[in-house]
Design a protein around this ligand. Sequence first.
Ligand code: FO1
Length: 309
Amino acid sequence: MKVVALAGGVGGARLADGLAQNLPPEDLTVVVNIGDDFDFFGLHICPDLDTVCYTLAGMANPATGWGLAGETWNALENIGRLGGPTWFRLGDRDLGTHLERTRRLAKGEPLSQITGDFCRAWGIQLTVLPASDDSVPTWVYTDEGEMPFQEYFVRRQCRPSVSGFRFADVDRSSPAKGVLEAIQRADLVVICPSNPWVSVDPILAIPGILPAVMSRPVLAVSPIIGGRTVKGPAAKMYAELGIEPSALSVARHYRKFLSAFVLDREDAALQSEVQALGVKALVTATWMHTAADRRQLAAECLSLGSALL
Ligand code: FO1
């Protein structure tokens, strides 16, 4: 079964890793959000690409989900001592990724080409693609004005109340090489348990991607369990946007193209309402604590997905 997974952030990376344990590498393509990307210290930083790749390579910091395991912080400590900004924590080994990516981007190489080479170097055989090779930074409208994504997410720790999002220059962007082809030949598109507003919507907003996704069977896993997110601000964003933070709201978020939805046992009571949307609903354990949990959840997604064919 050929699968394309849409992923951003830690939850997305973890299910992508589970899918990678169930599929041969040639049958899985992970399309990753680039809306979190930003320039800092003159470096182009791609947090979701790095979180997905580090996770797939088994190198991610297990506690945070982002950055590298066994990291050291000498450069950041020195920056702090010099009075520089330390709010976005850049580890010494992680800096190597940003330095090399920035060097190659400055030579005009597309992000998708660089990502493919990095995956080979990290021993990742499946295909990881940025949603676009263009820069489409997410801006967050808040009660304290509009701010760039990482300013909201890390520096302000998601505290401001959100009222909307903007994907800058998205209308001028295009899917990275290979993205549309992968979606069009996919038997199943899996929307990982990532933030619908700032991890999945920015991917679907890239011209061409939503129509391609809508032409395929689509399965999504809820990032909200019992009205709360495992990690990140998705539930808080729903509430601030005046929408009930629930797995059902997530199913409604994707209802234009959803064929199947996976929700946690804690939300079993919502199953019939999800089915009333015309969507097959699977209730199972969706909280991924271990590699075995990731593998199991992915296997259940694939068996539900194969029922859609
Ligand atoms: N997230 C944080 O909450 N605090 C950080 O200091 C931080 C640093 C960081 C460095 C590299 C990287 O690839 C990701 C990093 N993240 C950090 C996560 C980042 O904010 C992502 O955008 C989130 O994981 C949401 O996708």
